[in-house]
Design a protein around this ligand. Structure first.
Ligand code: GLU
Length: 360
């Protein structure tokens, strides 16, 4: 049997209803989870340990480094796959962060969790865990992936791209979808694995950790109507900023009458910020790609140094990639590197089939 290490980090998958706290609480130990789902012991040789019992919304950059080092330990100990049980709210941030950190990852590192706690009849934890084990046992995948329900049925999961996935629903068990791409594979509880999208094999099998600088301060701002320059100025002492821009990459920078005088200040502020730090645009629409060569308000954006033209990365991945680049490369290399593909986070072609992933 293949040897799989399960690293527990908390989230709903490790939770049950706690009368005293009056809510669902992360409680289960690594041993409890194995006892809850003994089936997985028949699929692989499982070693299970607790890293931390936390909610994923409490994640900080230092947690990514901690997790990556634990994965490295497992690789050195001969694990043939790692499963990370994790809260779902920030699961896609962790998958992106680990994909960037773990260069040439020689084994599958599959992140899973559940939308409904393990003490509930409708919990998705069992299928997600079983499918994560089955995928590792029945494929030769290398690198990070997310394993969550394909649909509301209890028959199959999808292995989702670590840098292109997002949580799209607060409570549905099939909340995770790939943005601007396809799932990597479909896996059934019986162990049938069908690859869908392309997946890379790491050529040089030597795992290298490129960690995050946990002192970095990066912001994300969502552009909205009636915006004020001071909202951007708040970030003047940060190391980098991601701006979720509407449409193809538009910003409220046009002064057309006395009501829009603020927009001159917004443009000036962007100029000031872009001189101090990388300021990167990401699509607020979620699907599709930025294009800063369409509207007359746009040429100035690249002139003042705003980055991200032609990017179709999610804002979450843009945020983590910016932090990771600042942690591992020189600041003056960022304009060139932010739209370079490191972990398939940018699609080579714009896909029009996003409706596949929208709920019917
Ligand atoms: N907010 C918690 C977390 O992300 C629970 C949500 C979940 O795991 O589904 O860790």
């Amino acid at each position: 049997m293949k040897k799989i290490a399960i690293l527990h980090t908390g989230g709903t998958v490790s939770s049950y209803y706690d009368d005293k706290k009056g809510g669902v609480s992360t409680k289960y130990t690594a041993k409890d989870i194995l006892n809850l789902y003994p089936e997985i012991k028949h699929i692989a040789k499982i070693e299970s340990r607790l890293i931390q019992n936390m909610w994923s919304q409490d994640t900080r950059f230092s947690h990514y480094n901690l997790l990556a080092k634990e994965v490295e330990k497992e690789v050195k100990n001969g694990a043939e796959g790692v499963i990370i049980t994790h809260g779902t709210d920030f699961m896609h941030y962790t998958s992106s962060a680990l994909a960037f950190i773990l260069e040439n990852c020689p084994i599958p590192v599959i992140i899973t969790g559940s939308q409904r706690s393990s003490d509930r009849g409708s919990s998705d934890a069992k299928l997600n865990l079983i499918c994560a084990c089955q995928f590792i046992v029945n494929s030769n995948y290398q690198g990070v992936g997310i394993c969550m329900h394909e649909s509301t049925n209890d028959d199959a999961c999808l292995i989702l791209h670590p840098t292109k996935t997002r949580k799209f629903h607060t409570s549905r068990r099939d909340a995770f979808k790939v943005v601007n791409g396809k799932p990597i594979a479909r896996v059934t509880s019986q162990g049938n694995v069908g690859f869908i999208g392309k997946h890379n094999k790491s050529e040089d099998k030597k795992l290298k950790l490129k960690l995050f600088d946990d002192k970095l301060k990066i912001g994300i701002v969502k552009v909205h109507p009636n915006m004020f320059a001071e909202e951007l100025l708040f970030y003047k002492n940060y190391d980098g900023l991601v701006i979720e821009a509407p449409g193809l990459g538009n910003l409220p920078t046009t002064k057309l009458d006395k009501e829009t005088i603020e927009h001159e200040k917004i443009l000036d502020t962007l100029k000031t910020l872009a001189k101090k730090m990388p300021v990167v645009l990401a699509p607020q629409t979620i699907f599709g790609r930025l294009n800063l060569h369409v509207y007359s308000n746009q040429p100035i954006y690249q002139e003042i140094g705003l980055l991200g033209n032609h990017s179709d990365m999610t804002s979450e991945t843009t945020f983590l990639k910016l932090a990771w680049l600042l942690s591992n490369y020189k600041k003056d290399e960022i304009p060139k590197l932010i739209t370079k593909n490191f972990r398939d986070e940018i699609s080579p072609r714009t896909s029009l089939d996003y409706l596949d992933y929208v709920y019917s």
